[in-house]
Design a protein around this ligand. Sequence first.
Ligand SMILES: C[S@@+](CC[C@H](N)C(=O)[O-])C[C@H]1O[C@@H](n2cnc3c(N)ncnc32)[C@H](O)[C@@H]1O
Length: 380
Amino acid sequence: MQEEELIAVLDRARQLGLLTERAEDLLWNALDDSETTVEALLMQWTARVEAFDAEPGHGAVELDEALQATTFILDEALQAAQDEPIAHKHPIHAALCTDRAYASSWLELCMRSPANWEPLEKRLRSLDPTSGCFDPTELGTEAGRDWVEVRVRLSPDAEWRALRLPAYAAHLVDGSQMWDPEASGTPAESTFWSDGTWSGSLVWDSAVHVVEFMLSDAMWRRRVRGACVLELGCGLALPGLVAHLLGARAVLLTDRRVITDMVGEAVAINSLPAETVRAFELDWAPGAAAPVLATHLGGGAPDVIVSCDCIFADLFDSNFLLLDVLSEIASPATAILLGFERRPGDGVERFFAQAAARGFRTTLRRRSQRVLVCELRLVR
Ligand SMILES: C[S@@+](CC[C@H](N)C(=O)[O-])C[C@H]1O[C@@H](n2cnc3c(N)ncnc32)[C@H](O)[C@@H]1O
């Protein structure tokens, strides 16, 4: 309870410019190291916020200067990520597609397919998700799908938790459009490939980095606990599902319909509480978020929004519909975590310029080769 109050006071302090994100990091880490207590911090920061309210300007940091420094760091990191050798393009994703597992001290991932199927990589290269699964009655069944085995550790000394995520495309392809090699020899036309929906049926590197950031960052672990978390373009929804394991009070997993149907299966297969973890369609378009806010958030804003690998102008949209949705859903109290991977033609610089113009302040949290994790806040 006191922790929730502390989060609220620190959010307010940040909005007022009394607290930088770096300072907040240090503060949560001090809590983790038992150098202070929630109670002490709550008293200290409540007093500061109240003093500021009584006498505006009191105790404020030089916000413009801090903002300039943050922007500079972000620009540098964006460029450095783009300059990384192309060999560093989604190494985790590539490993999973070629039957190699991924393992860190937080997370283990392994892609599995029915034994009689063509290897996933080969199916991807030939744009044929159904290979090995031509019987439409098998689609969506255990025999007719790939899946990802996940093991996650919620703290360095915690037990591993297991999740099984239905994955990849065979059961997402419209049966009536399925490629029957004996009939025509050509794949059926489908927007499945052209609009990028296929990409939601696999795990991408930025989702892995965001999950590891959430797990390893003391402030974010606390922020997620008890929060309402919304994931946009969730794909297999690894970050959202881990947020649930971390104690989020509500998790809303959104993407295009075929993808969220698959995520709904993951919720059921893993016996997660359907009233707390909900998967439903949110196809980005101006105005699309309003009914979601009304139905699932009671008209309020989520505490946290997560989105991974969704800034890709060439594939998804050059007008950054994602930004429209973020603007519609986020309030100044919403913490937004974006993970993305630099790719040629991704338009990421334009994305952040437009985000700044709409009042979002971006802070770089982590970079690993071509992948960046950033936090955004609406500041005006
Ligand atoms: C590269 S995948 C990333 C999936 C997952 N977040 C991850 O990182 O593993 C991009 C996701 O964005 C979704 N997406 C793209 N355009 C969208 C739109 N207009 N509305 C909703 N989702 C969209 C795709 O369906 C896909 O699931």
